[in-house]
Design a protein around this ligand. Structure first.
Ligand SMILES: CCCCCCCCCCCCC[C@H](O)CC(=O)SCCNC(=O)CCNC(=O)[C@H](O)C(C)(C)COP(=O)(O)OP(=O)(O)OC[C@H]1O[C@@H](n2cnc3c(N)ncnc32)[C@H](O)[C@@H]1OP(=O)(O)O
Length: 719
């Protein structure tokens, strides 16, 4: 796991060999210990270079090892040994030096980085802190403010920025190993004492307390309830106020508080879940690693509303020529200006030039005859979408992939009106599409494996986290949202207020509660869908009981809010009131309070005190319960896929791991008991009835989330 060679007759070259990222597994640590000992004791060796195989220095500690008992040589004494050695050690950083990888580089006496390398201490994103001296050595090297920023955010820096900050000594466009060997030969005669970071005094800013306080407040605001960044601040404080020997003890104590925490487990689960999600399999057996995607050299977007504009920008900024289509001149011109503006702002932010030459705008579908792929993003209306797909089927060449950005309509029904159902697939982007990372790739029963592979790979190229899901109303994300938001509405009936429910959800960790989020998204969208599905509006039979629709309990309060023209932020009024249309400062509205009181008295509902615990349990357990049903139905292949959808598409707090992981952390037995309890109290709400899969998992002893798949025997997998 660490190769040893003697080069240039006197330089020991140690290469970490643990693909794909040369993580510091127990075997690698063992390898480093052995090879370093050999280098330090061999009189022929005058200097040492450490590098990583396959152009990657080191991706840090092996995160998979954190779940089991700690084995092998501990990292801290091993790194101390390298730093204390009497022979100069040079790190040759190619690819990445992250976490423990950067900590390894920091104990080397010199660091040479390839110009494409990225460096950072991302431990905070895994719910822990850099505990192999990183919180103590980095501040000594680059000062408190810069170290604090890097350690508390986990941000990666480029080699050029690392040079500016003083993290590396040289950046090279040549082979970093060869440059490091030459560098090491020149370093032989130089004294090492000033190169041992642990022996330096931390340069301390005069306003240390104010700085730490400001960063703490920023963290508490941005990452409410998240422990690791606060522990990082404390560790950096120790670097500023304590000698190294005490600081390193403090670092280790703080790590001990984080290491086995639920937040660390959740965040590490998220890291792997995100990677698992890309590995799709279809019922035919075709899967991610045996199906070649088609190359997409040109694309078209139909409809330049909010979604279409974001999709066009996402395609153009990764170099794909896009033809954008609208139905009339005025809409086309507005869309054109908006897309160009968005692309220019995006390019400015990224410091690149805007690829405006890749965009074409047209009123005619005929212009799409030669494109490789079309994404339809017209109004959410089945008849309209069908007519677009019929037309596309006529004008596009037979090999063109036809994708729909529907957020919940039947993808197979659209495939059915075309001459190529195997080339039809859903690409469900989230708004704003050029910002949100999630893409649900909706596989219809007739979508070919090549079509799935192409949509997944295009998503990746666009920088999205793509998750393959089956075709059912609302797919995964929006199907689960219904029981969640229904519970919030029922809680309003029973005595809660929008602000109380939102606060409970925001305290749990959501960036926005359900009502603030609906105000942002626009309340009219859901209202239109409810009208179209006969849940409200003139189509409802007047003999229908007022709080009962389609055989189950129904809460009409959201419809009543819309009937008053309150569509959310854009109209300046929704569940909250805003200072102006488009305003973002949400204030509780006495008119909503009034509406709720009138409603309750009309239906003889006596309001009761509702606890935050009940709000969280009813909203989130109903959400997870639908997730179990989705797994049973074969609409999502794994709980990790559902969690990734909720993390990237719906703002589920990452330190809670996603709805399915959260349910497993609470304990499936407890989730089952609480759902049974709430279902008994509300027998007319089917979403509260525990799903058969949840019951089965509890009966099997509540296995960890990674093992649920073994218990899911779907009659018919859609994936
Ligand atoms: C009382 C109790 C007290 C307990 C105290 C215990 C103390 C223990 C001592 C701790 C010492 C601390 C050491 C250190 O401070 C801690 C760390 O280093 S944590 C790790 C930090 N590193 C990272 O966060 C980097 C994570 N990786 C990435 O960001 C990316 O993978 C990458 C390196 C940028 C590469 O990106 P890509 O090229 O896109 O490739 P993938 O992301 O798809 O990854 C490929 C493959 O590799 C797996 N993988 C990546 N990194 C790691 C890793 N660090 N450990 C394990 N596995 C890793 C990844 O999952 C992919 O796997 P695949 O999906 O292919 O199976």
């Amino acid at each position: 796991m660490a190769r040893y060679e003697l080069v240039k007759r006197s330089v020991a070259l140690i290469t970490l060999t643990n693909p794909p990222v040369n993580a510091l597994s127990s075997a690698v640590r063992h390898g480093i210990a052995k090879t370093m000992e050999r280098a330090l004791s061999d009189p022929k060796v005058t200097a040492v270079v450490i590098c990583g195989e396959n152009g990657r220095f080191c991706g840090g500690a092996d995160i998979r090892e954190f779940a089991g008992p700690l084995r092998g040589p501990p990292l801290v004494p091993l790194l101390d040994l390298i730093e204390a050695g009497e022979k100069p050690v040079v790190a040759a950083i190619e690819g990445v030096a992250l976490g423990g990888g950067l900590e390894l580089a920091l104990v080397c006496h010199y660091r040479i980085a390839h110009f494409k390398a990225r460096l950072g201490l991302p431990e905070v994103t895994l719910g822990i802190l850099p505990a192999a001296g990183g919180t103590q050595r980095l501040p000594r090297l680059i000062g408190i403010p810069a170290a604090l920023e890097l350690i508390t955010t986990g941000r990666h820096v480029s080699a050029q920025e690392a040079l500016k900050l003083g993290i590396v000594d040289q950046v090279t466009e040549q082979n970093a190993c060869e440059v490091a060997v030459e560098f090491a030969l020149r370093a032989i005669a130089k004294p090492l004492s000033s190169r041992r970071l642990s022996s330096l005094t931390t340069p301390c800013p005069p306003n240390l307390d104010a700085l730490l306080e400001a960063v703490t407040m920023q963290i508490q605001k941005k990452a409410r309830g998240v422990m690791a960044p606060l522990a990082c601040v404390q560790a950096v404080r120790a670097a500023a106020t304590m000698p190294y020997s005490q600081g390193i003890k403090r670092e280790s104590e703080l790590m001990a508080t984080l290491f086995h925490s639920g937040q660390a487990r959740a965040l590490q689960y998220c890291f792997f879940a995100e990677r698992t999600a890309g590995k799709w399999t279809l019922p035919s057996g075709a899967q991610w690693n045996d199906t070649k995607p088609r190359e997409i050299r040109s694309a078209a977007v139909i409809g330049l509303g909010t979604m279409g504009r974001g999709i066009a920008v996402s395609l153009a900024r990764v170099g794909i020529p896009v033809i954008a289509v609208e139905s009339d001149k005025k809409l086309l011109e507005t869309g054109r200006q908006m897309v160009i503006g968005m692309l220019e702002r995006d390019a400015k932010r990224r410091g690149v030039s805007a690829s405006l030459n890749l965009l074409k705008f047209t009123l005619s579908l005929e212009d799409l005859k030669d494109v490789d792929l079309v994404i339809e993003a017209v109004f959410e209306d089945m008849a309209l979408k069908k007519s677009v797909f019929r037309e596309l089927s006529k004008v596009c060449r037979p090999a063109t992939l036809l994708c729909t950005n529907t957020s919940g309509l039947d993808v197979d029904a659209l495939a059915g009106v075309t001459d190529r159902p195997q080339l039809v697939i859903g690409m469900h982007f989230f708004s704003p599409a050029h910002v949100m990372k999630l893409l649900e790739v909706v596989c219809g029963p007739r979508s070919s494996s090549e079509t799935v592979a192409t949509a997944m790979s295009l998503g990746k190229r666009m920088g999205k986290v793509s998750v393959a899901v089956g075709n059912c109303p609302g797919f995964v994300g929006n199907r689960m949202l219904k029981p969640y938001s229904d519970q919030a509405s029922f809680l309003l009936e029973e005595g809660a207020t929008p602000e109380q429910i939102d606060k409970a959800l925001e305290d749990f960790g959501f960036a926005m509660g359900v009502f603030r989020m609906s105000d942002l998204a626009g309340l009219d969208v859901g209202w239109r869908v409810r009208k179209e599905s006969g849940l409200t509006g003139p189509d409802v039979d007047p003999k229908n009981p007022p709080r009962w629709r389609q055989g189950r309990k129904y809460c009409p309060i959201p419809d009543m809010v819309c009937e008053q023209g309150r569509f959310g932020q854009k109209t300046g009024r929704g569940w909250y009131v805003y200072d102006k249309p488009g305003g973002t400062n949400a204030k509780p509205d006495p008119l909503i309070q009034n509406l709720l009181e009138t409603y309750r008295s009309r239906y003889g509902i006596k309001p009761r005190n509702i606890t935050d615990q009940e709000i969280i349990e009813r909203c989130l357990f109903a959400l997870a319960n639908e997730g179990f049903r989705i797994l049973e139905d074969g609409i999502a292949a794994r709980p990790e896929d559902i969690d990734v959808i909720y993390l990237f598409g719906y703002g589920f707090p990452r330190h809670r791991g996603g709805p399915m992981f959260y349910a497993s952390m609470v304990g499936l037995q407890r989730v089952l008991e609480r759902l049974e309890h709430y279902h008994q109290a509300h027998p007319d709400v089917p979403h509260l009835e525990p799903s058969p899969l949840l019951k089965k998992l509890v009966a099997c002893g509540s296995p960890p989330v990674q093992k649920w798949r073994e218990h899911i025997k779907t009659m018919h997998s859609h994936l």
